[in-house]
Design a protein around this ligand. Structure first.
Ligand code: DOR
Length: 429
């Protein structure tokens, strides 16, 4: 199978170039990138005026299978990913059973091969049952294909356990991804602690609940030499701590979500449960700091923390609703609208945060469009406008706080290993 993507603006995040070129895919791989490549018998995709990027990678997704298939399945979640322009997702371990054994990790990979439409890379749990008491069998999780270790959804409270996890992870050549939250400070909180929570009468989670743990992970990265990746950074203090750690040369990386670089705590004012997320939406100063962190490279990655929930679970009073935002299908639009068109990030930097940077952190040979690379490609129309309508999502979760918002920049075509899974916004899978 030959596909020629003709005349698009190819964004190379590694060499920081943006040039009009053709991309030829042959038998699932990139065969050529250059001017005026011959079409011969290839299927031609006209991409003039569109951006052609290495396939986007979302390194923080909850696919919910096994165990919570009413929220999402590997089939529905990977279709949502394809619709959102992602060719690979990294899925968190808070399934049921938890991905704390090799068997569960292998099961997820097997289900992904059978029912998924984009690449799926599972994360293995740090602790058995995500209970923070006993270390999971990290070596056997790694052998089963886990690309990182995390109890995401919950923090690892015991610093000694986290230290041992990092010591093993380092030997196994995989990073630890940390959900930074000190439950001693956050327990019972429903939103960011501060003025808005006070006005709404909702219990808050202070920024310090996140920052205490970011500081701890930095100290443990220094102690163990293990790369630690800070998930969903949401506070100015966390950004500052990570910036300082990087300046000291520590193996610390970080991600931010589209909701944390776009929305403030005021979004919660209507008690819309789609704004209930952990870590919570913070203040305007925090949003500005997260954007600054993205701009100066402190924050390496943009990831969605796609956390779909069933409508009946979210359609309850604020206190009773689960935390989470289904973000796969609005991420690229938010990156373009909020960061690229507004000048926070240039194109190569924005694309790097969804391609080479996550690939490098996870040790995946992906994220580049060069001859021989995997044939994973995303085509984006940077000027196409779309109003977010959750009823049109292909994922099962409708819990998205951007409904009704006009976004400029839409993924139009997604190609995974040389197979077209979405063409001109129509899913082909
Ligand atoms: O809002 C969230 N939802 N934050 C998390 O850390 C976990 C996630 C989930 O699994 O629903």
């Amino acid at each position: 199978m030959r596909i020629l993507i003709r005349g698009g603006t190819v964004v190379d995040p590694e060499n920081r170039t943006v040039e009009q070129k053709d991309v030829l895919l042959v038998d699932g791989r990139v065969a050529g990138v250059g001017a005026d490549l011959p079409a011969d018998d290839a299927l031609v995709i006209e991409a003039t005026g569109r951006l052609v990027t290495p396939g986007l990678i979302d390194m923080h997704v909850h696919l919910r299978e096994p165990g919570y298939e009413h929220k999402e399945t590997i089939a529905s979640g990977t279709r949502a990913a394809a619709r959102g322009g992602f060719t690979a997702v990294v899925c968190m371990a808070n399934t049921d059973p938890v991905a704390d054994t090799r068997a569960v990790v292998e099961y997820i990979r097997e289900r992904a091969r059978a029912t998924g439409v984009v690449h799926v890379f599972p994360v293995g749990a740090v602790s058995k049952g995500l209970e923070g008491k006993e270390l999971a069998e990290l070596a056997s999780l790694r052998e089963g294909g886990a690309v990182a270790f995390s109890d995401d959804g919950r923090p690892v409270v015991d610093s000694g356990l986290m230290r041992r996890a990092m010591e093993y992870a380092r030997m196994l050549g995989a990073p630890v991804i940390s959900h930074c939250e000190d439950p001693g400070l956050s327990a019972g909180g429903l939103m960011n602690e501060g003025r808005t929570a006070y006005l709404l009468g909702l219990p808050g989670m202070p920024a310090a609940a996140e920052e205490v743990m970011v500081a701890r992970e930095i100290l443990l990265a220094e102690l163990t030499g293990c790369p630690v990746h800070i998930a969903h950074v949401s506070t100015a203090g966390a950004v500052r701590l990570i910036r300082d750690a990087k300046a000291r040369g520590l193996p610390v990386t970080a991600e931010a979500t589209p909701h944390h670089f776009t929305l403030t705590e005021e979004a919660v004012e209507g008690y819309n449960t789609s704004t209930k997320v952990n870590p919570p939406l913070r203040t305007a100063a925090d949003v500005a700091a997260v954007r600054e962190g993205l701009a100066d490279g402190t924050i390496d990655v943009i990831a969605t923390d796609h956390a779909p929930h069933a409508e009946e679970e979210k359609d309850v009073e604020f206190a009773a609703a689960p935390f989470g935002i289904a973000g796969l299908e609005t991420a690229v639009g938010l990156v373009f609208t909020e960061l690229v068109h507004s000048g926070v990030l240039d194109l190569p930097a924005a694309v790097a945060k969804m391609t080479v940077n996550p690939a490098r952190i996870l040790g995946l040979a992906k994220g580049r469009l060069v001859p021989g690379a995997d044939g994973d490609v995303t085509i984006i129309d940077p000027r196409l406008e779309l109003t977010v309508d959750a009823s049109g999502f292909v994922g099962k979760g409708r819990n998205n706080p951007f409904v009704g918002r006009k976004l400029t920049g839409v993924p139009v075509t997604t190609i995974v290993a040389g197979r077209i899974v979405m063409l001109e916004r129509d899913l082909k899978c």
